[in-house]
Design a protein around this ligand. Structure first.
Ligand code: MSP
Length: 526
């Protein structure tokens, strides 16, 4: 991909009925890695995240905690959800709350447009509703309950009974969009990814879409319909619109035109909302559909989707307090194939931290810089003529940059890590093989020693750039220690797609000392 394109990436907006767990953090990190990659590549990048604050689930939680819904959401956003972004080093450009005036006002405009265009009508709704999902359920979505709910039908995701709703509601004519959606999926095969998610969505729409109930009148914690204030808009209809209200819909058309359409990163449990309902809403309003919807897998604990309601939730800072945010980010992006489910275990995290980060990357960085200090007084030496072994390193780096960029373009984040890690492995092998410590003992090999350390330092420079989206803190330290100009993450450093060009560290550059990038963790899995 050439530099300069626009890349607008979003996370789902999170329900603030509870505090974040590592499943939420996983979605955030994935979107953030993509955003940082594109930013470091010079693409016009915008990352949006935020919170989903209306609806019955939040109203009930607030009431159960003796707070008004507004007090509750303010408390949770400030004490838990915004701090999460620091805990895992998220570089979002904007944070939208569905209680923001910019959101509420423009959701009303969107609704009014659809109403005026004849896409909304009144009807009666009777059916099952899962408050945990905030979703109307079909019988086929339900499973037999166990334990206290034995004998009842329960939501397959929350394992809790659904509630019977019978209300007068407003409906969105979603059925009108069955064929337009199928045509769109066909014309744009990458719209829903990965492939398995796309197939599931296409099969679902092929069965024909029903109209969607988009209002509730039995409670009032939500955005009132502009033409009938006795109803609030259905929380998902409200929430999905965040992606355009944050981008200027209804009040800054120029901003919207410069950002939209977006790439949406979502968990597979909320794929249909994003890949079916959302584009249908946009088509009805005459707004372009998203660029892409990517449904990633779940973090599993004990074989089940990790969740607070099932008491399998792990807080992100349980991990970052011990391992740091870089290790958190690296681990989840490398150990799990993006798009598939993955099991979390402390043992696996500890083992990879030690083998890949401390021994693999961290050690490579510290011993290379230590040798430049010891043998060349800390000044990066000029390389002599390159031998095939040195050229092999240059080639590995060039191939890795191209492969990793292509993988990011496909949103195959774990494949990008694998491609970059080929450099770590190649450099470690190169140093073992070239034995700079032995060359240093023979004055006749001074030029060879210079070439080897120049090559290794250039390789480290490429690694700092390529790994910066994954591990912003460690790569920052490494970049500073390398003494190269510019600041990583701000594009004053090397653009990521050019990380393979050689001789980027001016000869004579003084390197600094480097503290251990990934210190030994005494208590972990020992
Ligand atoms: N509020 C809605 C999204 C509205 S977007 C217009 C919502 N919120 S959520 O807080 O329940 O979930 C947010 C995201 O976290 C979803 O993408 C969901 O898939 C993800 N995860 C929640 N638990 C997860 C795991 N155990 N593993 C991976 N991701 C998980 O849905």
């Amino acid at each position: 991909m050439s530099a300069g394109k626009s890349f607008y990436v979003t996370t789902p907006i999170f329900y603030v009925n509870d505090v974040p767990h590592i499943g939420h953090a996983y979605t955030e990190v994935a979107a953030d890695v993509l955003a940082r990659w594109h930013r470091q590549a010079g693409d016009r990048t915008w990352m949006l995240t935020g919170t989903d604050e209306h609806g019955e689930k939040i109203l009930r939680t607030a009431t159960a905690n003796g707070a008004t819904p507004q007090e509750w959401v303010d408390r949770l956003v400030e004490s838990a959800w915004k701090p999460l972004l620091d805990t895992i080093d998220i570089s979002n450009d904007d944070f939208i709350r569905t209680t923001d005036a910019r959101h509420e006002d423009n959701v009303k405009k969107f609704l009014q447009n659809l109403y005026d265009a004849g896409f909304i009508y009144t009807g009666e709704y009777e059916g099952s509703y899962c408050v945990g999902c905030e979703e109307y359920k079909q019988d086929s979505d339900l499973v037999d309950g166990t334990g206290e709910f034995a004998g009842e039908k329960v939501c397959a995701i929350h394992s809790k009974p659904v509630e019977n709703l019978h209300e007068k509601n407003y409906f969105f004519r979603m059925s009108d969009f069955t064929q337009p959606l199928l045509d769109m999926y066909e014309a744009n095969p990458n719209f829903v990814q990965p492939e398995s998610a796309r197939n599931e969505v296409v099969q679902f729409v092929k069965q024909g879409l029903n109209d969607l109930s988009i209002s509730r009148s039995s409670f009032d914690w939500g955005i009132k319909l502009p033409w009938d204030e006795s109803h609030v808009v259905y929380v998902w209809f409200d929430a999905l619109l965040n992606y355009i209200t944050a981008a200027g819909y209804g009040y800054d058309e120029e901003k919207l035109a410069s950002l939209w359409p977006a790439t949406h990163i979502v968990g597979k449990d909320i794929l249909r909302f994003h890949a079916v309902i959302w584009p249908a809403m946009l088509m009805a309003a005459g707004v372009e559909v998203p660029h892409q919807v990517y449904g990633h897998g779940w973090l599993l604990v004990g074989g089940e989707k990790m969740s607070k309601s099932k008491l399998t939730g792990i807080a992100p800072n349980d991990i970052t307090d011990t391992f740091g945010s870089d290790a958190f980010r690296y681990y989840f992006m490398s150990a799990i194939s993006f798009g598939q489910d993955g099991s979390f275990s402390w043992e696996d995290l500890s083992a990879r931290y030690q083998a890949e980060l401390a021994n693999g990357f961290g050690n490579l960085a510290s011993r290379t810089l230590a040798m430049v200090s010891r043998y060349f007084d800390g000044v990066v030496p000029a390389a002599g003529e390159l031998t095939p072994s040195d050229k092999a390193i240059v080639d590995v780096v060039a191939a890795s940059v191209a492969e990793a960029d292509a993988a990011i373009e496909r949103l195959a984040i774990h494949e990008a890590v694998t491609s970059i890690w080929a450099i770590v492995d190649a450099l470690n092998g190169y140093i073992t093989e070239q034995e700079p410590w032995a060359l240093a003992k023979d004055p006749a090999q001074a030029e060879r020693l210079a070439t080897v350390l120049n090559t290794a330092t250039e390789g480290l420079r490429a690694l700092a750039v390529l790994l910066s989206p994954f591990m912003p803190q460690a790569t920052h330290k490494l970049w500073d220690a390398l003494g190269v100009e510019g600041s990583l993450g701000a594009l004053t450093a090397q653009p990521i797609r050019e990380a393979g060009s050689w001789n980027q560290i001016p000869v004579g550059t003084s390197v600094g000392t480097l503290e251990a990038l990934f210190p030994r963790i005494e208590s972990a899995a020992e």
